[in-house]
Design a binder for this molecule. Structure first.
Ligand code: FAD
Length: 526
């Protein structure tokens, strides 16, 4: 029978969390995922395969508005992009919900504030096994409980860095990380710990299932616990079909192994990722919704945000033998100077965190610096031994002209960056900090992380394409993340974000997926 109580489209953190949460209702649930299980194979940890050949990245070609082609940094697997994510799981700051003034404009206020999300953040941290230490990060919002897991220990070079930053009056903190790791008193991974503190973590699939990704944390346990939940892989949802009035989705048209099938459900949750969800709504246009489903506002696909991200490599004056480098963050420049005294500018700059350590192969693939390829002895391994790698994020602003859409059947993406001056100033802050902590003050760009061969292809932090709000004229979703124009369709990925803050987005969309799942569960109870 192809009829269910609930259909969820997409098994990334949004869809998988909703499936995990709704499983307990006992209702018949179908989770549709276009990809399959990401194979566990040696190549999971092979830098040339993962970064050089983009082995796990979607093999698609999209275009920008001016005709440039690019390969989006999307990953179609059970667990979605979280199979490769860095698992830094942050709450947005409380101020992010209230509207933030930036140099290029205002990041809009959210219609619901932090207090609504807080209980779900706490539960999301528990579900995704977040390791961290409250009280270290000067920008962290209030929390109803401690982190469920202790912070992941810094290795010696990073501990030195933390001390050096403190001597400069900064407040480095342990990164909140979703990992399946158990450390002993010396910070060594215990023999039965799935995460081994190995270097291929950030941007790689975890060969040992040591990352708290959506497959490991939600899909697999939920399938085991709830016989009423069914996962169908290789199931590409082509269109959502409606009744003639256009008020309700009556079918989910899906291509499964080249065969077209229509599944039915009382309620449909869409979680294809902010870009792909908007595309699904756009290609579901029909007579009742000529511009795309639930697109009376014209906003579906617009206000795309992705952060101004940069991954940079610096050279430590002392060797950096760190294996698991992603343990430290700095938020002393997150706000403008009124709230972040280390920032001498009135506007916010953003967030700094460590990324996974570069290895020799990665440095060679990056062509960093290109000149080195001509040297008789190419010093990539030497650079890797001394490299120390950072990731910088500045908030992006929602602009209607930044959008995903179809032209001639091909996905197109238009992106104009915002707050570039803030991003440049943040980089300069990091450069100045480095000089004082035994690191050469030169920052080289690492473009392969995030599949960022072309800047527009850096889609990892996709958000905002179907913002939520009270008014159907200025938002696509209502406050429950239900499409304003349809009675039975909800969106549970980062599409709903009105603004994106400057920390990683995934914990927020997970928390919201829990919130919306509770609303749907209540509805199902009648
Ligand atoms: C390299 C990398 C590093 C990252 N690091 C971090 C980090 O440290 N911290 C953080 O917070 N975030 C990070 N992110 C971002 C994070 O992965 C995403 O925010 C998160 O995965 C989004 O979850 P989602 O459920 O909305 O979408 P996705 O994870 O994109 O999942 C969507 C799912 O829907 C499926 N799908 C799409 N279209 C269809 C269709 N038509 N029919 C059926 N199925 C469909 C896809 O195959 C996919 O499995 C990173 C991302 C990348 C790529």
């Amino acid at each position: 029978m192809d009829r269910y109580d609930v259909i969820i489209v997409g098994s990334g953190p949004g869809g998988a969390t909703a499936a995990w949460r709704l499983g307990a209702t006992g209702k018949r649930i179908l989770l549709l995922e276009r990809g399959g299980y990401l194979p566990r194979e040696r190549e999971n940890w092979d830098t040339t395969e993962v970064f050089g050949r983009a082995r796990y990245q979607a093999n698609e070609t999209w275009r920008s508005g001016d005709g440039e082609t690019f390969r989006p940094g999307l990953h179609y697997w059970v667990g979605g992009n979280s199979k490769l994510y860095g698992a830094a799981l942050f709450r947005l700051r409380e101020t992010d919900f209230h509207g933030v003034r930036h140099v290029d404009g205002v990041a809009p206020e959210w219609p619901l504030k932090y207090d609504v999300f807080e209980p779900y953040y706490q539960q999301a941290e528990e579900l995704y096994r977040v390791h961290g230490a409250r009280g270290e990060d000067p920008t962290e919002p209030w929390a109803s409980g401690p982190y469920p897991k202790p912070p992941i220990r810094h290795e010696p070079r990073i501990a030195d860095l933390a001390e050096g930053l403190k001597r400069q009056g900064l407040n480095p903190f342990h990164l909140p990380m979703g990992a399946w790791i158990e450390e002993d008193d010396n910070g060594v991974a215990k023999p039965d710990s799935p995460c081994l503190r190995c270097d291929p973590f950030d941007g790689y699939p975890s060969l040992t299932n040591g990352k708290a990704d959506a497959q490991v944390v939600c899909v697999d346990p939920a399938l085991k616990a709830y016989p009423n939940l069914e996962l169908m892989t290789g199931a590409y949802v082509e269109r959502l079909l409606t009744d003639p009035s256009g008020r309700a989705v009556t079918g989910v048209e899906t291509v499964v192994n080249d065969a077209r099938r229509v599944f039915q459900a009382d309620v449909v949750l869409v979680a294809c990722g902010a870009l792909s969800s908007a595309l699904l709504f756009l290609r579901s246009a029909n007579d009742a919704h000529p511009n795309g489903l639930a697109n009376g506002s014209g906003l579906v696909g617009r206000n795309y945000m992705r952060h101004n991200n940069a991954t940079v490599l610096a050279i430590s004056r002392t060797p950096n033998p760190t294996e698991f480098q992603k343990t430290l963050g700095v938020n002393d420049f997150y706000h403008g100077r009124a709230l972040s005294p280390a920032n001498d500018w009135e506007f916010p700059l953003g967030h700094i965190q460590m990324v996974g350590k570069s290895d020799g192969a990665q440095i060679e693939l990056e062509g960093l610096p290109a000149l080195l390829h001509w040297l008789p002895q190419q010093p990539f391994d030497w650079i890797a031994r001394h490299s120390i790698d950072f990731w910088l994020t500045t908030e992006d602003l929602p602009k209607p002209e930044n959008r995903v859409y179809y032209r001639g059947g091909v996905p197109h993406l238009d992106v104009v960056s915002a707050n570039l001056e803030s991003a440049a100033r943040l980089r300069e802050k990091l450069r100045a900090i480095c000089d004082k902590v035994d690191i050469h003050p030169h920052l080289m760009d690492r473009r392969l992380y995030f599949g960022k061969d072309v800047p527009i292809g850096g889609t990892a932090h996709q958000a905002g394409t179907m913002r939520f709000g009270e008014h159907p004229s200025s938002s696509a979703l209502d406050l429950d993340c239900r499409a304003h124009e349809l009675d039975n369709v909800y969106v549970v990925d980062a599409s709903f974000f009105p603004s994106i803050g400057a920390v990683n987005p995934t914990l927020t969309l997970i928390a919201n997926a829990m919130r919306v799942a509770d609303i749907v569960a209540k509805r199902l109870r009648g």
